[in-house]
Design a protein around this ligand. Structure first.
Ligand code: AMP
Length: 437
């Protein structure tokens, strides 16, 4: 099948040809005819499958047909997605696909001043792409008119559920016409999601491109068993030992952990940037741009901040901290191996993560292969001991002056470097003051 066989407007087809897409992805081939017909659709698809174009191309085609150059404009398509990055990405895609049309678009998300966004909303742009929080805030303050909305798109609905956005969406829904088309996309399907689809959609058609909760075939998934205290050292070792890891996304559990990891990598001369919820919109944008252009080799992110990030050529995803929810494993590794390109997903598994690993393996329906990093010095002593023997062994080792893994040479080295870096940051003034005291 090619794009010409799908019910798309010729000006949209021209833009698609400019994007270099030669044929529709499976979700596009299945969803485009249904969306074009006006049906409510549940799309179960991971990011990387081409799902954004699957809903934007037919929706834009319909608007082009119906839009006269000078007519009064109203918001007719409302797209809600969980994070600012995803909203910006969807918006950029739409700008590209709509470049031969006169359709107007606007974005709404938090973290920046709202003046421009309010002006856009009130001017009745044809398409709005928004995060739920800021949208609700503006709607509550009486901005925008959603009486003419024809299609509502809820993208990454599973993540919106995880992030507690569903009540906000319910409130926004009250402002929309009862009769409208609703498109609902989710990477995973479970009973909670199914309940939501019943609440939000009307006789929907299901479009599913991969097995439920399956990971893309193009990703080579590997497990590295390692003790917690050696994870940073192992990450540096992997980055040092292969040039193939040149666009690497690393996932850490906490904002602080993300920052600490970036500091540690920088100290080893590895270019790295962090993105997490406490960084400003500008900082996040810059970090992402530097990663996309190859200026920065490693992007360290938390789950929430990384959601929906679309960087074409992520060579490796490294789960430095094991994902808290099994589903997050699928979201994370979906950052690589996108649109048919091969990718590698490495997961660090510490003894404490073994049960969570079993859950992930059950979810994806396969046992993940275990690998050992060549040339890496694993702390064997701690590895071989049963957990109940470890405190005793540590005492003995302390007496003997040997290493059980707790206070590895590396940890000391790292602690020293961290102290030195902090002292440098404080600058000579403070240390001089301290000396005087
Ligand atoms: P998405 O799943 O929407 O995040 O899309 C993932 C990536 O696939 C994006 O970088 C798109 O530009 C790209 N893409 C979308 N549709 C196609 C297509 N038909 N052929 C090749 N790449 C595509």
């Amino acid at each position: 099948m090619n794009f010409n066989q799908l019910p798309l407007h010729e000006r949209i087809l021209k833009a698609v040809a400019d994007s270099g897409y030669t044929k529709p992805t499976p979700i596009q081939a299945q969803a485009i005819p249904k969306v074009a017909k006006g049906a409510d659709v549940i799309g179960i698809a991971q990011t990387g499958t081409g799902k954004t174009a699957a809903f934007t191309l037919p929706l834009l085609s319909k608007l082009v047909d119906k839009t006269e150059a000078k007519e009064e404009r109203h918001t007719r398509i409302l797209i809600i997605a969980p994070t600012r990055e995803l909203v910006q990405q969807i918006h950029e895609n739409i700008r590209g696909y709509a470049k031969y049309t006169n359709l107007r678009t606007g974005v709404i998300f938090g973290g920046i001043v709202d003046r421009g966004q309010i002006a856009k909303l009130n001017s009745g742009v044809d398409i709005i792409v928004a995060t739920p929080g800021r949208l609700l805030d503006l709607v509550d303050r009486g901005h925008g008119n959603f009486q003419h909305v024809q299609t509502l798109v809820l993208d990454e609905a599973d993540r919106m559920l995880d992030m507690g956005f569903i009540p906000d969406i319910r409130t926004v829904m009250k402002k929309l016409p009862k009769s409208k088309q609703t498109l609902f996309f989710s990477a995973t399907m479970n009973t909670q999601i199914e309940t939501l689809t019943k609440e939000f959609l009307n006789s929907p058609t299901l479009v599913e491109v991969e097995k439920r909760a399956s990971a893309a075939e193009t990703i080579d998934q590997q497990i590295y068993e390692v003790h917690q205290h050696q994870k940073t050292e192992l990450l540096e070792h992997l980055l040092d030992s292969s040039h193939e890891l040149y666009a690497v996304m690393v996932f850490a559990r906490t904002k602080l952990g993300t920052e600490e990891l970036v500091t540690a990598l920088k100290m080893e001369g590895i270019t790295a940037e962090a993105i997490h919820g406490d960084r400003s919109q500008g900082q996040r944008r810059r970090a992402l741009d530097d990663f996309k252009t190859g200026k920065v080799r490693v992007l360290v992110a938390t789950d929430v901040a990384a959601r929906g990030i679309d960087v074409d050529s992520v060579t490796h995803v490294i789960n430095y901290d094991f994902p808290e929810q099994s589903e997050d494993y699928i979201h994370r590794i979906g950052r690589t191996g996108r649109a048919g390109v091969k990718g590698v997903a490495i997961t660090f598994v510490s003894p404490a993560n073994q049960n969570a690993l079993k859950k992930v393996e059950k979810l994806i329906g396969k046992t993940l292969p275990k690998k050992q990093a060549e040339g890496f010095k694993y702390d064997q002593a701690a590895e071989e001991l049963r957990p109940e023997d470890r405190p005793r062994a540590r005492k003995i080792a302390k007496k003997a002056g040997t290493n059980t893994g707790r206070n590895s040479e590396y940890q000391n080295k790292f602690a020293n470097r961290k102290n030195n870096a902090q002292a440098k940051k404080r600058g000579p003034k403070k240390s001089a003051k301290r000396r005087r005291r």
